[in-house]
Design a protein around this ligand. Structure first.
Ligand code: T5A
Length: 216
């Protein structure tokens, strides 16, 4: 049996990390083999690239930014995601290629198709089985991010028009692939969001032949 790749996407502060932890707990209770990863990051090279990308002091042009995210992704796919999937594990990834399409394609204006093409080498045929899109207005998400910690990173510091374009990009992606995306209103309670994600994941697991202990 091959594993499953479930990705989490959304604007800043949408609650991805929170929901990944809740879903990882649900899967571990089944018990199913689950791995939690984040992008950019998850490898030694990826974490170094992450520091560069999020450093507010670092100037990076849009093209270099797109390739840096893709480089971190290539390392993660090759060294971590593919081996986990080959072992039949369920991989939960905090952001993946859709983030590049939304942030660099729409947000930076590089164009979704060009960013998708630039990522083909990094993805090496890997594509999510399910993508959870936590949708939230940028004003509300950025407020959550600011409440959580002092200081915003290089991407969070972009103006509202950038973050609105990112949200629009995500909405277009979800509209184009409704079977892959589960779109959830990120202003609902943590519990309500978690319930919807677990239910959809359970349906996917049963469809793919994974055994589950009970009803969600
Ligand atoms: N990026 C990334 C690109 O531009 N291109 C790419 O290809 C990729 C992969 C990554 C940055 O890089 C960009 C996107 C990002 O700007 P990051 O630090 O990983 O940077 O940032 P994010 O992915 O945005 O993650 P965050 O940690 O900022 O936000 P989360 O994970 O979405 O949110 P979370 O769970 O930490 O929650 C935020 C706060 O809200 C609360 C939480 O307790 C927390 O305080 N919260 C809720 N509050 C009320 N109701 C709920 N339902 C809540 N859920 C969570």
């Amino acid at each position: 049996m091959t594993g499953l790749l479930i990705t989490f996407e959304g604007p800043e502060g949408a609650g991805k990390t929170t929901q990944i932890q809740l879903l990882a707990g649900y899967l571990a209770d089944q018990p199913l083999p689950v791995e939690v990863l984040r992008e950019p990051g998850g490898t030694s090279l990826g974490e170094k690239i992450r520091n560069l990308l999020l450093d507010p002091e670092q100037e990076i042009c849009p093209g270099a930014e797109a390739y840096l995210y893709a480089a971190a992704r290539a390392q993660l796919v090759n060294n971590v995601i593919k081996p986990f999937l080959d072992q039949g594990r369920i991989v939960l990834c905090d952001r993946f290629a859709d983030a590049s399409i939304a942030y660099q394609g729409w947000g930076r204006g590089l164009g979704p198709q060009r960013v998708k093409e630039a990522n083909a080498l990094a993805l090496d045929g890997i594509w999510p089985d399910l993508t959870v899109l936590l949708d939230i207005a940028p004003e509300a998400g950025l407020q959550r991010a600011m409440d959580r910690r002092a200081g915003l990173d290089r991407i969070e510091q972009e103006d509202l028009s950038f973050h609105r374009a990112v949200r629009q990009g995500y909405s277009e992606l979800a509209g184009a692939e409704p079977a892959r995306f589960l779109v959830v209103d990120a202003t609902l309670s943590r519990e309500e969001i978690s319930q919807r994600i677990s239910a959809r994941t359970a349906a996917l697991l049963l469809q793919k032949g994974f055994g589950l202990r009970g009803e969600v």
